[in-house]
Design a protein around this ligand. Structure first.
Ligand code: SAM
Length: 413
């Protein structure tokens, strides 16, 4: 691997899905999207979505989401929109034209790439800030919003489904903390994204829908390296009632409550209708009456928990002796910090023969899938897997390893 950017891309490839989204927005002629795509130099054909039916279904979902979310954010009356994750969309341009302040939050690799593009296209660049954060990392979010006065409308499109159970829980807890600190609300289509996909594809593609949906799912999981696209926050179309209950309980644990907002009642007219027959448009609009976005707020009836758990900064130290790579980790290993271990490992591996690895986790407080991905890469590159050892794993980290199934590999010996 050649440079810093490569390591950041390797630990969390989910960011690639955001490039697909902005290309679909350009197809739907959402203002600003085409300029962004051109400035990024993204090539549609690299994104693995060539099938016209699959593109049409995805374009409808993406345009409906983008336009409805913009409307809901504006109608919230809140003057600051914190878009978590902002990806590469033109939302900053739209929101600032409507007089809102826009704070874009995404992984450092995305923030760094999108910031100059958005600022160069903005009529009100002074109203736009873009920050590199990790949604599981509360300190990074608090810092990014530190100079925001008044309430925030946090918007989340296309992120929650990529998280493991522990990551989703960390993110929901962080959002609860931000709402307690700043006031405001959290608006998101994510909990019922599967329902929106399913009903969109079914209403316009009929019998082909299931096959095309499966192809879309494969593209999303292939790009993101995430297999399941589900956790306790996400509603499953096969058990809406049961999973709604689970999701409400999940929010309650973090002092939050949800109001479901009907998509058909709030969706503006879409450009993508130009690609549909009148019957398809009617079927699509009828189907959207069964889709809901969520407006989530603090549950004032519950005790507020604004106290923040102390986190130590991430630290890595390591030695190489007798072909053994011994590393000691402390603090949080997430998308922001995991590249450090990967970089150290790649450097040592390139220069030395390594036959054994020992990772001391006594100071490790939290590990996200980006951290797990790095440990798995190290594990896989050992010829004799039995010579990989993790020691002093805390109960919290052990739980994450067990729930994700990584314990089967990483803690075998
Ligand atoms: C499907 S894209 C959605 C982006 C944008 N909201 C949109 O609608 O196009 C998923 C986004 O989640 C971001 N992401 C993934 N993991 C994240 C994390 N741990 N913290 C913050 N953002 C994350 C990716 O970088 C990517 O921009």
């Amino acid at each position: 691997m050649s440079n810093e950017t490569d390591y950041r891309a390797v630990v969390n490839p989910i960011y690639l899905t955001a490039k697909t989204a902005v290309c679909l927005m350009a197809d739907a002629e959402i203002p600003g999207a085409d300029e962004i795509v051109r400035k990024l130099g993204v090539n549609h054909s690299d994104l693995g979505m060539a099938d016209p039916d699959m593109m049409l279904g995805n374009e409808l979902v993406v345009e409906a989401k983008y336009r409805t979310m913009c409307r809901l954010i504006e109608e919230s009356g809140i003057k600051t929109n914190a878009d978590l994750p902002c990806g590469y969309t033109p939302k900053a341009l739209h929101m600032t034209e409507k007089g809102l302040r826009f704070v874009g939050l995404d992984l450092p690799i995305v923030a760094q790439e999108v910031e100059p593009v958005i600022l160069s296209l903005a009529a009100h660049p002074d109203q736009i800030q873009i920050h590199g954060i990790d949604a599981t990392n509360l300190d990074s979010l608090i810092t990014a919003l530190s100079d925001v006065d008044g309430p925030v409308c946090i918007s989340t499109e296309g992120m929650m489904m990529y998280f493991t159970e522990s990551e989703a829980s960390a993110v929901v807890s962080n959002i609860s903390h931000l709402l307690a600190k700043h006031g405001g609300c959290w608006i998101t289509p994510d909990p019922e994204f599967m329902v929106q996909f399913f009903l969109t594809f079914q209403s316009v593609l009929g019998e082909k829908a299931i096959r095309k949906l499966e192809d879309s799912r494969k593209t999303a999981t292939g790009q993101s390296d995430v297999l399941n696209l589900t956790n306790s926050f996400i509603i499953r179309p096969t058990d809406i009632k049961g999973t709604l209950e689970t999701s409400y309980k999940f929010l309650q644990k973090h002092n939050l409550k949800a109001e479901r907002i009907n998509l058909a009642e709030n969706m503006p007219e879409l450009n993508a209708y130009r690609k549909l027959t009148p019957d398809q448009i009617t079927a699509f609009k009828t189907a959207m009456a069964n889709c809901f976005y969520w407006k989530i707020t603090l549950d004032e009836n519950q005790k507020l928990q604004t106290e923040k758990q102390e986190t130590k900064p991430f630290e890595l130290s390591y030695t190489l002796k007798d072909k053994m790579f011994s590393a000691s980790l402390s603090g949080r290993m997430d998308t922001i910090t995991a590249p450090e271990l990967l970089k150290a490992w790649e450097k040592e591996k390139a220069e030395n023969e390594i036959t054994a690895v020992e990772i001391d986790c006594s100071g490790l407080q939290y590990i996200s899938s980006a951290g797990l991905r790095v440990l798995l890469m190290i594990y896989k590159s050992l010829e004799d897997k039995s010579r990989f050892r993790m020691s002093n794993v805390s109960d919290d980290v052990l739980e994450i390893l067990e729930v994700t199934g990584f314990d089967q590999f990483l803690l075998r010996v």
